[in-house]
Write a protein that binds this ligand. Structure first.
Ligand code: MOS
Length: 731
């Protein structure tokens, strides 16, 4: 078959929805103009654990415009059918307004519904809740852990005993919050017993299933619409209590309800990257060949759900070694449940492992890249499978050359620029390539334009644009003639928009649907006696700019419009699908990267400034290098935050989060961001999926924090084993 020319895929195109966004025409969850909508404001608990003994709503209800105050005292019993969603952690989800128990500080205890937002906000402040408070347990250091998740190969303890070099370190990483630009928000409307919800979500099908489960409804009776997501980083991967509250408030008041969490409420109304304590013991020979590693991991979770993520994966497969032992325990606390946050699990694990490798390199006097090369595995030692593609060596080589790595003085605290100590560091990154079943509908109209739809999301990577690129090339249309729509549970199903799954999964479905539709049109033409293509071998026909023609004879052909109009067809339609191969994987599927950082540390103040960063990625095929840069540079910014600034602080006396605002929870601002550069290695990975992508959005944050931490060590000679690295720790 003649291959379709690839004109859009691979080109650095601007976002097709960019204009909508910068002109404010992209509508987010509470922007939709819903007739007669009223406003809801959540009242949250001011104790960290205990029971409510009373709720006085009289003053709130006396305010003009207030329609209702709903709490456990007057809320209906909600079915909360047992239906564990794939991304909900095991346990019993928080049941809103169903009893008097308070499980964590900030738990929703009531909601005020009023005709204006101002009235609802004011009245929410007038609701008085009385409590029987108990001391919450929120400090992981003081609390017992649950049963571990474990992994072992070889005999790590024995190997450590006889290792020529033996090191033992404990690293800590602070709790981080996603803090996307758009707060979590929901608009809910009932039409009889049908519910429509406009929500900030990374998975419209998940929100639909969760609402159906909680309200005891048929899934088809719930519609979830989410055309735009103002950033997510994982926080939209499950349905938080406020979504249920919005739907409940709409039902109880018989009015459409808009509910947006405040910035403060996002710190306990949604999840977070949990606090970690991660100890490693490693053994190697004198030349740095690893013989064993033992990983002991502790992370916080809530008392009602056990959140766990893939924090053990990198330790199993990133480096070659015969002996590994791992244990990962969660510590149940009086907090709300954590959730996936960019590069979930891997980000934390890579901070630890890549810091430990740097410590080993320093101890043995081996260059950090050389140490990693000496421990490159030939196959995935956790599964025995061959790698589909693994170009980590090339990431190091290209990175070292482009960054100027070999100009560095290997000695720590040896390079100065006035008062500033200068250091460079590097780290490897790895993230698994996961693809899930997905579908996409494709419709080509007689006017030669196409509509492609899948219930995906776009929290920022540019799904609208990248899917349009794939569809345009496969259909042989220009970008302008293709519209891609997403974010509606009426559309063909897509997996959660997270874990870097979307491009591989939805992209493969879009490719399939568009390939099928193009073939359908070609078949129609070659069988049509009136077509100039009549009798031509279908495999010899390609489509360019909406015109079907013989591959080596462009003069012989006709347009989609001519073909469909003559055949009296209003449109052609197909359903594309991608099904994850069943049975055990035949390859070890991962994307890889190497991140390099240069920092300057003020010798007297301990202030750390990142001066420049470079990321080199083995992520398979890059559909749009401009969008990829947006991901990579954003990932580096996220990593700078994780390394140097971000830290959710809890007051363990009452479980309150004390820095629940963007004034106090620090994220990088423009002045913190230096020159950032990303390089993508050529190539694709057709063993991973039909379109050859390995996923990029998570990978680009993994390896950033350890590269910075290693650079800080190189600058100062001080190893800080805790994130974020603060000035206090360096003084
Ligand atoms: Mo990202 S944690 O996969 O949304």
């Amino acid at each position: 078959m003649s291959p379709q020319p690839q004109e859009a895929v691979g080109a650095p195109l601007s976002r097709v929805d960019g204009r909508l966004k910068v002109t404010g025409k992209a509508l987010y969850a509470v922007d939709h103009d819903i007739d007669a909508a009223v406003h809801a404001v959540v009242v949250d608990s001011s104790i960290g654990r205990g029971r409510m003994t009373g709720i006085d709503t009289r003053a709130a209800l006396a305010q003009p415009g207030v329609l209702k105050v709903i709490s456990h005292l007057n809320a209906p019993t909600l079915p909360y059918q047992r239906n564990p969603l794939p991304l909900n952690p095991p346990g019993e989800r928080l049941h809103v307004f169903q009893d008097d128990k308070v499980l964590f500080h900030g738990q929703p205890v009531a909601v005020v519904v009023a005709t204006t937002l101002e009235a609802a906000q004011y009245a929410a402040g007038l609701v008085t809740v009385t409590y029987d408070a108990q001391q919450p347990s929120t400090d992981m250091a003081d609390a017992p852990a649950g049963e571990p998740q474990t992994y072992a190969r070889g005999d790590a303890d024995k190997a450590l005993d006889s290792a020529a070099v033996h090191m033992e370190m404990t690293y800590r990483a602070a709790r981080n919050h996603h803090n996307a630009m758009e707060p979590h928000a929901t608009t809910a409307r009932w039409d009889g017993d049908k519910l429509t919800v406009w929500d900030k979500t990374q998975w419209v099908y998940g929100t639909q299933m969760e609402l159906a489960t909680v309200f005891g409804m048929a899934v088809e009776s719930v519609r979830v619409i989410s055309p735009f997501v103002g950033g997510g980083f994982g926080s939209g991967l499950r349905t938080w209590p406020h979504v249920i509250i919005a739907a409940l408030a709409a039902r109880e008041t018989s009015r459409p309800v808009k509910l947006a969490l405040t910035r403060r409420q996002l710190y306990f109304g949604t999840g977070f990257r949990p606090t970690y304590e991660y100890s490693v013991r490693l053994g190697s020979d004198r030349r740095g060949r690893l013989t064993a590693m033992v990983h002991d991991v502790r992370a916080e979770t809530s008392r009602y759900e056990t959140f766990m993520e893939s924090v053990l994966s990198p330790g199993k497969m990133l480096y070659s070694m015969p002996n590994v032992r791992q244990a990962y325990r969660t510590v149940p606390l009086d907090v709300n449940t954590p959730l996936y946050m960019r590069g979930p699990g891997y980000t934390t694990a890579s901070y630890v492992i890549e810091s430990a490798m740097d410590e080993l390199a320093h101890k043995l006097g081996i260059d950090p890249i050389e140490l990693r090369l000496r421990n490159e595995p030939d196959a995935d030692e956790s599964s025995g499978l061959p790698f589909s593609t693994r170009k980590l060596r090339e990431c190091y080589a290209v990175g070292a050359r482009e960054f100027g790595w070999h100009r560095r003085n290997p000695k720590a605290r040896a390079t100065r620029d006035g008062d500033w100590l200068i250091g460079t560091g590097m780290a490897a990154g790895v993230y698994d390539t996961v693809r899930k079943d997905a579908q996409a509908s494709v419709r080509l109209d007689a006017d030669g334009t196409a509509l492609v739809q899948s219930a995906a999301s776009d929290m920022g990577p540019g799904t609208y644009t990248s899917q349009t690129q794939l569809a345009a090339d496969a259909l042989g249309l220009t970008m302008r003639d293709v519209t891609f729509r997403l974010g509606d549970s009426l559309m063909p199903p897509a997996p959660p928009h997270g874990g870097s799954w979307t491009m591989a999964s939805v992209g493969s479905a879009v490719q399939d649907g568009c390939d099928k539709l193009r073939q359908q049109a070609i078949e129609l033409a070659v069988k049509d006696e009136k077509s100039p293509l009549h009798g031509v071998d279908p495999g010899m026909v390609v489509v360019c700019a909406g015109r079907l023609h013989v591959n080596d004879n462009p003069a012989r052909g006709e347009t989609y419009q001519q073909l469909l109009t003559r055949n009296k067809r209003t449109h052609l339609q197909t359903l594309g699908s991608f099904t994850r191969p069943t049975g055990p994987e035949r390859f070890s599927l991962y994307a890889y990267g190497a991140t390099f950082a240069e920092v300057a540390v003020d010798a007297r103040l301990g202030l750390v400034r990142v001066r420049r960063m470079l990321g080199v990625y083995d992520a398979g095929r890059i559909v749009n290098p401009k969008l990829a840069d947006s991901q990579a540079l954003g990932g580096m910014v996220g990593g700078i935050g994780q390394a140097l600034l971000e830290h959710t602080v809890t007051d363990h006396r009452d479980g309150r989060i004390v820095n629940a605002s963007l004034a106090d929870y620090l994220v990088p601002v423009n002045a913190d961001i230096p020159s950032l550069r990303a390089i993508y290695l050529d190539g694709d990975d057709r063993k991973a999926d039909p379109i050859g992508v390995k996923g990029l959005g998570e990978l680009v944050q993994i390896g950033v924090a350890p590269a910075i931490a290693n650079a800080v060590f190189h600058a100062t000679g001080r190893r800080v084993r805790e994130l974020p690295i603060t000035a206090e720790a360096l003084l």
